[in-house]
Design a protein around this ligand. Structure first.
Ligand SMILES: *[C@@H]1O[C@H](CO)[C@@H](O)[C@H](O)[C@H]1NC(C)=O
Length: 223
């Protein structure tokens, strides 16, 4: 039998689009997840959001994942990251005015994102549907957006390491932000931990964190 006779059949099968079982949000048919990594993570998607982003993008259609471009260096100068976040939103909205955005920041990436927030006004503010932080050094005691990895309040009333000088969640952003701090993470919870410790490095492999993030972002996107 001639193998080539089978080729068109194979091609036909390959071309048949798989049934798309993902839901589409009516409010956010397309969305961009801007994730900003922590200190010393290589350029690319932050380890802290990989699992939740893959859960999200396989559940809700229309996803784009953008990895903020900046050094994430030990000097903690995240200026370039802040500007990259702002540029990504404004330039995307020029072409796609209905695009929704989710901002994610881990550690220094949270600081970079926080510094962008006061500059995201008008259409840019409206387009950002949710913000998720993990291990935020500017975690501010008492904010209602503060949760631990189980969605509880054990780290609601603690401060991050650089809260005195750093940008905290602006008042008008609190209702669309989730600032996740694991109890004892010395970067966001200086009451129970010191510096970059095991708790600060726990988020990427922590199932409660990843599920909490997925559920929060799905809700914010109307998925
Ligand atoms: C931080 O980085 C920016 C450019 O990325 C630079 O212009 C600025 O001088 C730096 N700030 C400090 C304090 O080094």
């Amino acid at each position: 039998m001639n193998f080539y006779l089978f080729l068109p059949i194979i091609l036909t099968l390959t071309n048949a689009a798989p049934v798309d079982r993902r839901a589409t949000s009516t409010t956010c048919p397309t969305y961009t997840i801007i994730n900003t990594r922590g200190t010393a993570e290589p350029q690319g998607q932050s380890s802290g959001f990989r699992t939740m982003n893959s859960q999200l993008t396989s559940t809700l259609s229309g996803a784009n994942v953008y990895n903020t471009v900046y050094p994430a260096g030990i000097d903690q100068n995240s200026t370039q990251g802040t500007q990259d976040i702002i540029n990504k939103i404004t330039s995307t909205l020029l072409d796609s005015p209905d695009e929704c955005f989710i901002l994610e920041g881990y550690s220094q990436g949270a600081a970079a994102t926080l510094n962008a927030m006061p500059q995201l006004t008008g259409a840019s503010f409206d387009a950002v549907k949710g913000v998720l932080f993990i291990g935020n050094p500017n975690h501010k005691s008492g904010l209602v957006c503060n949760v631990d990895n189980n969605g509880g309040t054990t780290t609601r009333d603690v401060n991050g390491a650089t809260v005195a000088t750093g940008q905290t969640v602006p008042e008008n952003w609190i209702s669309k932000t989730l600032d996740v701090c694991i109890f004892g993470d010395g970067v966001c919870d200086t009451a129970h931990g010191i510096g970059i410790n095991l708790q600060h490095l726990q988020y990427p492999t922590d199932t409660p964190t990843q599920n909490l993030g997925t559920e929060f972002i799905l809700k914010q996107l109307g998925g």
